[in-house]
Design a protein around this ligand. Structure first.
Ligand code: AKG
Length: 272
């Protein structure tokens, strides 16, 4: 194991066993305030860098999502490439360096009109990332608000990163119970999730094969976050999978077996 002051041996072992780990508070209240303002700007179509994200929420109820929001806003870019987050990710991935695969700015509204359509269905991120030859990727999910089951915190299924790739992933599915039944039929397993309760400024890390999802936000306030998807320096392109339409493939146009690298994937951390 690589060592890090930010992660004890017990923390590392917890992640190995469970497929997720929650950090102490890493982001200050001042940074969080700035990030919430940046989020508002991005969802209003105001881009301080002059560049739009890869894709942006275009109105309506439900979950708001901007992919590669770090293109649009320098405060968000600083967070996406935060070296402390990068160092923890590198340690958990047993890597020497990590790059941003892509990010997702996420806003789960607190208004009743959105409650029926802002769930995130159970999924393994790697289901959508099979263009990477191995699951050498991890997600750092930064809470901009305190999160609990009441406002639809993320939930993760401990140990599910050891199940291999299952067939039921669907980010947009609203009926998490229906997926539970599908998983029982297809893989003989059931979801036994734990809520990833956090204070604003804490960061959860989950393995690319860990099942996770989230339920409704039944409070009056939004649940805001940035999911930073990070990859190790060993992440190579595998062609011919169901993920040819992945943002990384479209951006990098890699050859078979080539490492995903270069400006499309900013470095978040390099050891030494
Ligand atoms: O924010 C959520 O509820 C889900 C986010 C997610 O799927 C992820 O970070 O990989």
């Amino acid at each position: 194991m690589h060592t890090s002051n930010l992660l004890s041996k017990d923390d590392f072992e917890f992640y190995q066993e469970n497929g997720y780990w929650i950090s102490p508070k890493l982001i200050s209240d001042e940074q969080l305030e700035q990030l919430r303002l940046s989020m508002d700007s991005v969802f209003n179509g105001e881009y301080t860098t002059g560049r739009a994200p890869w894709s942006n929420w275009s109105g309506g109820p439900g979950l708001r999502q901007a992919n590669n929001s770090h293109w649009a806003d320098d405060t968000i870019r600083q967070l996406a490439t935060n070296p402390q987050i990068g160092e923890i990710a590198a340690t958990l991935l047993a890597a020497n360096s990590v790059r941003v695969w892509h990010d997702q700015l996420l806003y789960k509204p607190g208004d009743p009109a959105s409650q029926a359509s802002a769930n995130v269905g159970w999924h393994q991120d790697y289901f959508f990332w099979q263009c990477a030859a191995e699951p050498t990727l991890i997600t750092a999910w930064v809470a901009f608000d305190d999160v609990t089951l009441d406002n639809g915190c993320m939930q993760a299924v401990p140990g599910s990163h050891k199940w291999g790739l299952c067939n039921v992933s669907d980010f947009h599915e609203q009926d998490l119970q229906k997926q539970d039944e599908a998983l029982r039929k297809s893989d003989g397993r059931t979801f036994a999730p734990v809520p990833l309760n956090m204070k604003a400024g804490q960061v959860s890390f989950h393995h690319a094969l860990t099942f996770h999802g989230s339920g409704p936000n039944v409070t009056a306030a939004p649940r805001r976050s940035l999911a930073i998807h990070l990859m190790s320096e060993n992440t190579r392109y595998k062609s011919g999978t169901a993920s040819e339409d992945n943002i990384a493939v479209i951006l990098a146009k890699p050859n078979e077996g080539e490492l995903f690298a270069g400006d499309c994937f900013p470095v978040a951390y390099e050891r030494g």
